[in-house]
Design a protein around this ligand. Sequence first.
Ligand code: HEM
Length: 402
Amino acid sequence: MKVTVDEAVPEFPGVRAAACPFDPPPELRELRRHGPLAKVRLWDGSTPWFVTTHAEQKALLGHPQVSADVTRPGYPIHTAGTGGGSLSFILMDDPEHARLRRMVQGAFTVRRVEGMRPAVRRIVDRLIDELLAGPKPVDLVEAFALPVPSLVICELLGVPYADHGFFQDNSKTVIKRSATPEERAVAFGSLFEYLDGLVGKKIEQPADDLLSKVAARVGSGELTRQEVAQMGVLLLIAGHETTANMIALGTLALLRHPGQLAVLRESEDPKLVAGAVEELLRYLNITHSGRRRVATADIEIAGQVIRAGEGIIMPNDIGNRDPEVFPDPDELDVSRDARRHVAFGFGVHQCLGQPLARLELQVVYGTLYRRVPTLALAAPIEEIPFKHDGQVYGVYELPVTW
Ligand code: HEM
């Protein structure tokens, strides 16, 4: 069925309000009735394409004539003030994207990351020890979900963990849809200045960390100091905010699905834990607001033509609930094979940190519920503050007891 831009083009919801807090908004799922592609109207009146099917999302994410450059006309920007384009290579096209990504990708290979497992285990165990020794109820986000990935990415990059309050607060503002453009610019500027200062220190006194390794390329002329600082901001934000949301929201989802939690807690099989991580990534879709792109040439797909300059939105939450790929997609089933999910994106921009995210989530999901078997929510679910206004979904707080 052809869908044309007219008065009937539905508004793209700014918030993720659904009856079940883990489900995509119903009005977005209804767009499926138009077929794989439909047009939606954004907050600024623009009408990009909205892609509802897993296969077409992957085809477009892997398409060479699809650009991630947020500064190109037609790019469907999230909200006013997010079109600046200074978040390093995540918003660039090849060959620039590939040139910068190559500088850091060696640190994120499966083999390198696997070497970090004992250190991640120590961090998780220590935080659980502290949790159990402290008062209850406690906010799991503050006490556990944020510290785990923040400690790990700080160690990897060589960022002092003592500064976590500063970088966590500013990262939150950068990705908050409800932040004003000014607030976002100030937060981004503070993070950039902070990383730039750190890069300066690493150039003078290199240490055994990723930021020092990348900063060394300034001297050899391969990178500018600004490029290194921008990459640092990207890695610091992406490295803690996403995984923290998966830990807290994943725990909430499991507490709401006690049968699935029991399967996970009682299994001795690391493969089941690894599978549960994939299923929770598929089911929760914390980067729900979608991969955003703009066509650089006319693209024919699924009976439609996306014209050069038209925006494209590919929400993972809709793609990962495609019944053609995942039977009973709205069921959380930790035993299913969910590996084809698009929670880490697809194509050249596919998540650089996915081996690290997987490792952290495997250690957390495989440890927390065993060591705290009576873990329970300490507030009614109606009182849990969800991040409806975030570009990354999750909960602001998760009061728990045991
Ligand atoms: C559960 C946690 C995570 C999720 C769900 C997630 C999700 C994603 C997604 C969907 C993308 C693709 C963006 C696009 O196509 O526009 C992405 C890219 C990226 N992620 Fe992650 N991520 C996670 C954890 C991490 C971690 C721990 C790091 C470590 C630094 C990281 C670093 C990056 C980077 C650098 C990119 C840009 C890749 C590129 O443009 O080539 N992510 N992530």
